[in-house]
Ligand binder design. Structure first.
Ligand code: KIV
Length: 266
């Protein structure tokens, strides 16, 4: 069970300390992320793209999310595990949403859930909070709304759109969310929201003034190269390293170098 809790989220904001968050989807990577001292691991539905090879996150199912969240929880000692509610696991109604969110805590060892959406999910947040399911809300670019938004576009650029996001941020806080993801919005809008809210904001493509940051692990380590959003910073090039290793393995088999006596039994 994780040691970092929703109370630590709030305390870090109060103390002016940044919250660190990263996605992970399986046991080996979750162990590494946890060992690195990251505060929270999001089992994001981004796994649809970076693990399952899908075009977008819409086809990801609740059962798939539970499968991945279980692997992550098994690996983690300190980080807080947050399960991401996939498309249509909560949009059809609050009962559905409660049952699915509850599965993350009951079956998969998560300590909280994340849900995309603004005004339309305020009652969901309220119901979950009442049922002791901590909620991280997510506004701005919400990838499950890709068809309505017409693509992965920066949100909140007009005054009207910015004001709507500010209003929705307050609604999420008032409904009981313990934290709020701000995705792909201008940095000054993220700053304003972060200053106005008492719950911490976690930015992804929302600039440096958020109370914490999250990115997709496979982007950060250079494991996913189908496309790289502008807001991503790469800290390693794992794909290249793995490719080199596998090509060397192939070459050594073909050249009779592997296995040698060292890897053989006598
Ligand atoms: O699915 C996901 O990984 C996310 C984060 C990138 C915020 O929603």
């Amino acid at each position: 069970m994780s040691t970092f809790t929703i109370h630590d989220f709030l305390k870090k904001k109060k103390d002016g300390k940044k919250i660190t968050m990263l996605t992970a989807y399986d046991y080996p990577f979750a162990r590494i992320v946890d060992e690195a001292g990251i505060d929270a691991i999001l089992v994001g539905d981004s796994l649809g793209m970076v693990v399952q090879g899908l075009e977008n996150t819409l086809p990801v199912t609740m059962d798939e999310m539970i499968y991945h969240a279980k692997m992550v929880s098994r690996a983690v000692k300190n980080a807080m595990v947050i399960g991401d509610m996939p498309f249509m696991s909560y949009q059809a109604g609050i009962d559905d949403a409660l049952r699915n969110a509850g599965r993350f805590l009951k079956e998969a060892g998560a300590a909280a859930i994340k849900m995309e959406g603004g005004a339309e999910i305020v009652n969901h947040i309220r119901a979950m909070t009442k049922s002791d399911i901590p909620v991280m809300a997510h506004i701005g670019l919400t990838p499950q709304s890709i068809h309505r938004m017409g693509g992965y576009k920066v949100q909140g650029r007009t005054e009207e759109a910015a004001n709507k996001l500010i209003e929705e941020a307050h609604m999420a806080e008032d409904a009981g969310a313990f934290s709020l993801i701000l995705e792909a919005i201008p940095l000054n809008l993220a700053k304003k929201i972060s200053e106005e809210l008492s719950i911490p904001t976690i930015g992804i493509g929302a600039g440096p003034y958020c109370d914490g940051q999250v990115l997709v692990l496979h982007d950060v380590i250079g494991l996913f190269d189908r496309f790289v959003p502008k807001f991503v910073k790469r800290y390693s090039y794992v794909k290249e390293d793995v490719l080199k290793a596998i090509m060397t393995y192939r070459d050594e088999i073909e050249q009779g170098v592997f296995p040698s006596e060292e890897q053989s039994f006598k």
